[in-house]
Design a binder for this molecule. Structure first.
Ligand code: SF4
Length: 217
């Protein structure tokens, strides 16, 4: 299998069958804690990085096998930012047509300011975006984004998605020592979360060098 892995145990999703739609470290962020090293390329280009049909063939094959009995969630996650795949919406809908298992997307949320991306993700049962900072300054220090995916766009996208989306939004906050673990930084994050109104917030403490996204074995 090239694009499907697991099921692997996930803190938030039980036994998760992962679908990786993006080549290694293709992302619009370059987080200080990313365990995959420096983002290359740092891009906001949305395209079909991996043929959707090949991904779906692999998913279908796993779901037909005995492995499928152990799966709690099917999760778009992996080596880069999944929403950069231009057919992510179609992929989610096709997987939903194959199975009654719930489908989640682990994303940094940076492209949710685009109405098309919000519409594409709306077919999933849960979206797990990231919010590590409550100010633009800390956002740039921690997530080191592409210049097009600004803090204002990140927050606006999360708020707009909450208004439109009927599924669960579980926000992950990755605390990085000496960057966003101070009372002031936490207060700023909490203020943003009050506007976003997620269904749950998961807070993790990481030393630099860890990655919040990759559960690939
Ligand atoms: S941690 Fe995730 S969002 Fe951050 S650079 Fe790595 S792959 Fe991208």
């Amino acid at each position: 299998m090239k694009y499907v892995f697991g099921p692997v145990p996930s803190r938030r999703l039980g036994q998760s069958l992962g679908i990786d739609t993006i080549p290694l470290k293709t992302c619009n962020w370059n987080c200080v804690y990313c365990q995959l090293g420096r983002t290359m390329p740092l891009t906001t280009e949305r395209r079909e990085y991996v043929p959707a049909e090949e991904i779906l063939r692999e998913v279908d094959s796993v779901l037909r096998s005995s492995q499928s009995r152990d799966i709690d969630w099917i999760t778009f996650v992996g080596s880069g930012e999944p929403t950069l795949h231009s057919r992510i919406g179609e992929l989610i809908r096709s997987v939903k047509n194959m199975t009654s298992l719930p489908v989640a997307v682990i994303t940094n949320g940076a492209l949710l300011y685009l109405s098309g991306v919000r519409e594409e993700l709306s077919a999933a049962d849960a979206i797990l975006p990231t919010l590590d900072a409550g100010t633009g300054e800390l956002y740039r220090k921690i997530n080191r984004p592409h210049s097009q995916v600004t803090f204002e766009r990140l927050v606006d996208g999360l708020i707009a998605f909450r208004k439109e989306y009927m599924g669960k939004i579980w926000v992950e906050v990755m605390l990085v020592r000496e960057l966003n673990d101070t009372p002031a930084a936490l207060e700023e994050i909490a203020k943003v979360l009050q506007h976003v109104q997620p269904d749950a917030v998961h807070v993790n403490l990481r030393n630099r060098g860890c990655n919040h996204q990759t559960t690939k074995a």
